[in-house]
Write a protein that binds this ligand. Structure first.
Ligand code: ATP
Length: 586
């Protein structure tokens, strides 16, 4: 398949604002893509070179691309930089300037999808002495061989800013339609995705095999499983009712969820959003090596601790471990502990279909030879009345936890699903303050006064999974330290779009800048009110009004571990809105 064919589809997708049309373009593309390269096409659509947990960074800076473009187009570097500063996207700059040249000099070879993909992989995998020169040569070879449209998308892929606005769920829809012609089969693809986290693999299995082969994709070591998630309860009576009167209560620790994959001495750690963070926790890895199971997939919460008394510390301390350099210093300065709460695989056996009570027994067994005080089975107790829950909640809070997780002992591990088999109960629910929300930054107003040159108020959105759309819910401008504000401005400036993302519904609201929905912030707000301006749950409570946060404040937590699709949903916002009245009447 020629790369130009893919570039032409990308061009159509970029101009599309409707999700249905995007799905249609995808279906058309998948039906004409040769089976041997369909996995690569899927990864490229997502701007990646592999599944999330393997995706490699190319390590190419803007200035290298600027030099290459200048060389190819014979336009001075200064002029390219000026244009870049005004458009904000080097792919678009390439498209613009390469038109000013005659195309004849550009076509050194015909580019296929395979060739582009393998060259990008080579760029990503080249390391060591002299690697930069090799990378530059490879970038040059791609750009010099491409037409203007191809170079536009090659540059975007190289710099990691191809933004077609396609969510994983849209891809699942399109794959279902293209290969099975029946929407009902989507559940089969979704299950395979939840255990393999690899859309490329699912596409290849469908294209080369059959739906039944997709059905038999199962959990495997070093392929992260999408995590099981919890519903939230307002109070202990509600939680107990949802558990049919009996459950297992655990501490809900304010750390980071980690999925551990172990095979002998080989150990890898993945976050909730499937990022491989093994390099950040060499101390944890050394301890896991000593555990008796040869093979294991387990889950737990890593939390920062005070090494003198092993007490849990707030989440912000843990974030200091997320760095690329000086890891050993960070290990010493910010000690952590691992609290295990589930097991998905042990010595050749998939345990996800076992009831939770049985999995807990296996987890205990897996830890039988553990001698380290930095690995623990999470604190757990049985609860059969609200008094039990409330007493355990007090104990959890005294120990520095966020609250409790209450789990149904009979339920299997439901990968990727949020449901009442796991229930979170946080301390705020019992008081007047409503719970924190994880919201996506959709846009911004320019800063004024002390914030000139940075973003001022940030527009926040909640997610609706059915429409794969982010709806607006308010603007936040407080709770930011100067340090966080610079960090955020830096991150957000890489996500600037020419206009609003097709996945955002903002009504007539105008912002100075729009972003690709990607950054998730934890926001606290004392109240949710009705508003004619914002679009979250518009018309659901009151005709013409949506829901808005009153006095929203950033909690200090950037949810690095959450994908935008994992943010607080419209349904949750509605429930929180309604709970306010329940609390008032109690
Ligand atoms: P939150 O925003 O409340 O942290 P979340 O949206 O990240 O939640 P939920 O499924 O809603 O995810 O809550 C479960 C999260 O709580 C887990 O992802 C995990 O990080 C954390 N956690 C802490 N203690 C436990 C525990 N004992 N069992 C399961 N998860 C726990």
């Amino acid at each position: 398949m020629l790369f130009i064919e893919l570039a032409q589809t990308f061009e159509k997708m970029e101009k599309t604002r409707s999700r249905i049309e995007l799905t249609y373009h995808l279906v058309e593309l998948f039906t004409t893509t040769p089976a041997e390269i369909i996995d690569k096409v899927v990864y490229l659509i997502l701007g990646k070179l592999g599944p999330d947990h393997e995706s490699s960074e190319l390590g190419i800076a803007d200035k290298i691309v600027i030099k290459t473009l200048s060389h190819s187009s014979r336009i001075p570097v200064d002029k390219i930089i000026k244009e870049y500063n005004s458009i904000g996207d080097l792919g678009e700059v390439a498209y613009k300037f390469l038109t000013e040249r005659t195309q004849s000099t550009l076509f050194a070879q015909v580019l296929t999808v395979d060739k582009v993909f393998s060259t990008l992989l080579k760029i990503a995998h080249t390391s060591g002495v002299g690697s930069l020169d090799i990378k530059i040569r490879l970038v040059n070879s791609l750009i010099n061989s491409s037409s203007r449209l191809e170079s536009k998308f090659i540059v975007k892929l190289i710099l990691g800013n191809l933004r077609l606005g396609i969510a994983n769920f849209t891809l699942l829809d399109a794959l279902t339609l293209a290969f099975t012609k029946d929407k009902k089969n989507r559940v089969i693809l979704e299950r395979a995705y939840n255990v393999s986290s690899d859309l490329g693999k699912i596409a290849a299995t469908l294209a080369n095999g059959s739906l039944s082969e997709v059905q038999s994709i199962s959990i495997s070591l070093f392929t992260p499983v999408r995590p099981m998630l919890a519903e939230r309860a307002v109070d202990s009576p509600e939680a107990l009712k949802k558990l049919d009167g009996f459950g297992l209560a655990e501490f809900k620790i304010d750390g980071e969820r980690i999925q551990i994959h172990k095979q002998g001495e080989k150990i890898e750690l993945f976050t909730r959003s499937l990022e491989n963070v093994s390099s950040n926790f060499p101390d944890i890895i050394n301890m896991i090596k000593l555990l008796s199971p040869k093979e294991m997939i387990a889950e737990g919460e890593i939390v920062a601790i005070n090494p003198n008394n092993l007490r849990y510390l707030p989440f912000q301390n843990l974030m200091r471990r997320r760095r690329k350099y000086k890891i050993q210093e960070a290990v010493k300065a910010f000690p952590v502990m691992l609290n295990l709460f589930d097991i998905l695989f042990i010595d050749g056996n998939d345990t996800t279909n076992l009831p939770f009570l049985e999995r807990r027994r296996l987890l205990k067994f897996a830890l039988k030879d553990n001698r380290s005080d930095r690995i623990k089975l999470i604190e757990q107790t049985q609860v059969s009345c609200t008094k039990d829950i409330d007493a355990f909640m007090t104990k959890a809070l005294e120990n520095g936890c966020e609250g409790l997780m209450l789990k149904n002992p009979k339920t299997e591990y439901r990968a990727g699903a949020r449901g009442w088999a796991w229930i979170k109960l946080k301390k705020e629910y019992s008081g007047k303050v409503i719970d924190s929300m994880d919201l996506v930054v959709l846009g911004a107003l320019h800063g004024k006064g002390r914030r000139v040159g940075k973003y001022g108020a940030l527009l926040l959105g909640a997610y609706d999974r059915v429409n794969d759309t982010f709806y607006t819910i308010g603007k936040v401008g407080t709770g930011f330290t100067d340090e966080i504000l610079s960090l955020l401005s830096d991150r957000l400036s890489k996500l600037v779009l020419q206009g609003k993302s097709p996945r955002v519904e903002a009504g007539s609201l105008m912002m100075d800048v729009w972003f690709e929905p990607r950054v998730v912030l934890e926001i606290i707000s004392p109240e949710i009110t009705l508003s004619p301006i914002y679009t979250a749950a518009r018309d659901a409570v009151n005709l013409g009004n949506g829901l808005a946060l009153r006095f929203p404040k950033f909690s200090g937590k950037i949810r690095e571990d959450k994908l935008p699709e994992d943010s607080t949903t419209i349904d949750e916002v509605l429930e929180l809105y309604r709970n306010q009245f329940k609390q008032k009447s109690n």
